[in-house]
Write a protein that binds this ligand. Structure first.
Ligand code: TRP
Length: 350
């Protein structure tokens, strides 16, 4: 899409997005816990845009998964709408990509129930993403069972649609590994019926740091820039961005590495020659942080402004229609997988 660095996109096509074919099926999802941000764009939404013209694609709003660690938040239903608006605003097209709601497809939960027999509690405890989240939440011995088993439910999300591709950020790799283990365990016991999947991870700028220079842009840390960020808030966030703490006077030579402004320019500026010369100037000295940041504001405005415009075109009624239609299609697809799985397990299918 316009405003996104073309050359890095084509590198990615060659190196990691290995031959996506028409036979591929992509599934991914997001927990509705707030607005999606630039990190989601770089880590996954951009890949989904690429995929929607090349293969079958399913995108799920993971409201049941959100309940595994956001119990009883009154914002859940609003967040569902926001996330779908975020999808549409970046250019995901419901006539090409099926967008659906996890809780409206009970077949997925039923599949999870069967998959729970194919994985040990110990294995789940050692899932690196789960482990890290448990540590962050200080749960130690009081881990909710639903949380511990969410990777199993995620395997059901993925396999319900016979997916072959999952476009996600790096932190989701353990989930893909877990899914493939479940697929293999199923195949070993019951024969064919499920397909292995592979993750599609962007190699460059796959992880956008927060404006504070932290490892990752994250909703909970409040260091992100939303896809729906209004112009004033965008400007003030860019002005707060972490640069080089030793670059005090304009004439001082500055560091490009670890400088968040340059990381964002690398990801969003369409003119890589310009970025290169800004880097050289900064390293030499003589380029002030404020001047540099003003340029980034322009670049990000150029990217976010059409996204804001597109967002304004949809109302809540449309969003519900999209989810209703998508979920109906999803139920049919998941039911067919479920019937096949039950047959393979020698159950009586009525
Ligand atoms: N775990 C993902 C997240 O936290 C959301 C998700 C749920 C997902 N089910 C999925 C991602 C299936 C990819 C495939 O954002």
């Amino acid at each position: 899409m316009k405003g996104v660095k073309e050359d890095s996109a084509s590198n990615e096509k060659e190196s990691v997005w290995r031959a996506v074919t028409k036979d591929d099926v992509s599934l991914t999802g997001d927990r509705p816990t707030g607005c999606l941000h630039l990190g989601h764009y770089v880590g996954s939404l951009r890949t989904r845009l690429y995929l929607q013209d090349r293969c079958e694609q399913w995108i799920m709003v993971a409201d049941q998964q959100a309940l595994t660690d956001h119990l009883g938040t009154s914002q859940l239903s609003d967040s569902v709408i926001e996330v779908v608006l975020d999808y549409l605003s970046v250019g995901l097209d419901p006539t090409k990509t099926t967008i659906f709601l996890q809780s409206a497809v009970p077949q997925i939960a039923e599949l999870s129930l069967y998959y729970l027999n194919l994985v040990s509690v110990n294995r789940l405890r050692h899932n690196p993403t789960v482990k890290q989240e448990i540590r962050q939440k200080n749960w130690s011995e009081s881990i909710p069972a639903g949380f511990l088993t969410y990777p199993v439910s995620q395997a059901a999300d993925i396999t319900a649609f016979q997916s072959t591709l999952v476009p996600v950020g790096r932190d989701q790799l353990p989930m893909i590994e877990q899914t493939n283990e479940i697929v293999e365990a199923f195949q070993a016991r019951y024969g064919d019926g499920l397909r292995r999947v592979r993750a599609l991870i962007p190699p460059h700028h796959g992880r956008l740091p927060g404006i504070d220079g932290g490892q990752k842009m994250s909703k909970s840390l409040g260091n992100g820039i939303a896809l729906s960020e209004p112009p004033d808030a965008l400007r003030s966030k860019v002005m707060q961005m972490y640069t080089d703490p030793n670059h005090i006077r304009v004439d001082d030579p500055g560091q490009v590495e670890g400088n968040v402004v340059f990381t964002y320019l690398d990801a969003f500026a369409s003119d890589s020659e310009e970025v290169k010369s800004l880097k050289e100037h900064y390293q030499r000295g003589g380029l002030g942080d404020v001047t540099l940041k003003k340029r980034l504001v322009e670049v990000l405005e150029g990217f976010l402004s059409p996204i804001r415009d597109r967002r304004a075109q949809w109302d809540e009624g449309h969003i519900y229609d999209i989810l209703r239609q998508g979920s109906k299609k999803a139920r049919e697809a998941a039911q067919s997988t479920l019937d096949q799985v039950k047959k393979s397990m020698h159950m009586v299918v009525l």
